[in-house]
Design a protein around this ligand. Structure first.
Ligand code: PEP
Length: 253
């Protein structure tokens, strides 16, 4: 039986936007996102703008997300932010294991697992990012890499329900490059991810939303979102411009 999964569009603002710019962008998206939309929408500003964006989104139904976290609750961890702090500022979601964290900040499947576990323990929903590099795809290792990241990232974690976890498939070669996986390439990996989730977590897999990420634009969003195992998008560059992000939200219905 096919589960009804609410489409989920999230904007990852990365290391962009001053406070004033973040407020304006959040306000524009809030005003432009149709109230009757089918999609759930989340915005992930940098840490410095979380509180300001939370204030802009209050009462709108749009969700706040963080781009990363640390796994400890509190203590002598200079520079780190805990899931409890993110919950306190109003976050609902936390991106974990983004390829830029893996590439530039040393995140591994083991640390991703610790973060994921801490996020769930704090009552937040992780968006676990997985995806292969160009070299891994060329070597025919895509499914093996994705399996390793999913298995390692989840570890022994068993979310209470399918709504307590989101997985984003983001082929590294498609992030910020203008290259997009074809709908067929993306669906193949999404279908594989769902079959792995079924293996690891059982029937909850049918409820887990799987986002595609990698140069999503208004031009390619609809066809990607039409694939049976693509339930949403994690959007980087295009989420910084309302004129691009709003049509992507609209493409989700
Ligand atoms: C991302 O950062 O998660 C991403 C998919 O970026 P972009 O949309 O710019 O490729």
């Amino acid at each position: 039986m096919m589960a009804e999964r609410q489409p989920f569009i999230a904007g990852n603002w990365k290391m962009h936007k001053t406070l004033a710019e973040a407020r304006t962008l959040a306000r524009d998206i809030r005003q432009g996102a149709a109230p009757g939309r089918r999609a759930e929408v989340a915005l992930a500003p940098p840490y410095t703008a979380l509180a300001a964006v939370a204030a802009e989104l209050a009462g709108s139904g749009l969700r706040l997300a963080a781009q990363d976290t640390f796994w400890e609750r509190q203590g002598a961890f200079t520079g780190a932010i805990s899931p409890a702090m993110l919950a306190d500022v109003g976050c609902h979601y936390v991106i974990v294991g983004h390829s830029e964290r893996r590439q530039h900040f040393g995140d591994t499947d083991a640390t991703v697992n610790r973060k994921l576990t801490a996020v769930v323990a704090a009552g937040l929903i992780p968006i676990l990012c997985v995806g292969e590099t160009q070299a891994e795809r060329a070597a025919g290792q895509t499914l093996q890499v994705v399996r390793g990241q999913l298995e390692g990232g989840l570890g022994a974690l068993k979310p209470a329900s399918g709504s307590a976890l989101v997985v984003a498939y983001e082929p590294v070669w498609a992030i910020g490059t203008g290259l997009t996986a074809t709908p067929g390439q993306a669906q193949t990996v999404h279908h594989f991810i769902r079959s792995l989730l079924r293996e690891f977590l059982g029937p909850a897999a049918e409820e887990i939303r799987l986002q595609y990420g990698g140069s999503v634009t208004p031009d390619n969003a609809a066809i990607l979102l039409a694939q049976p195992d693509i339930d949403g998008a994690l959007v980087g560059g295009a989420s910084l411009k309302p004129e691009l992000f709003l049509p992507i939200i609209a493409a989700a219905g």
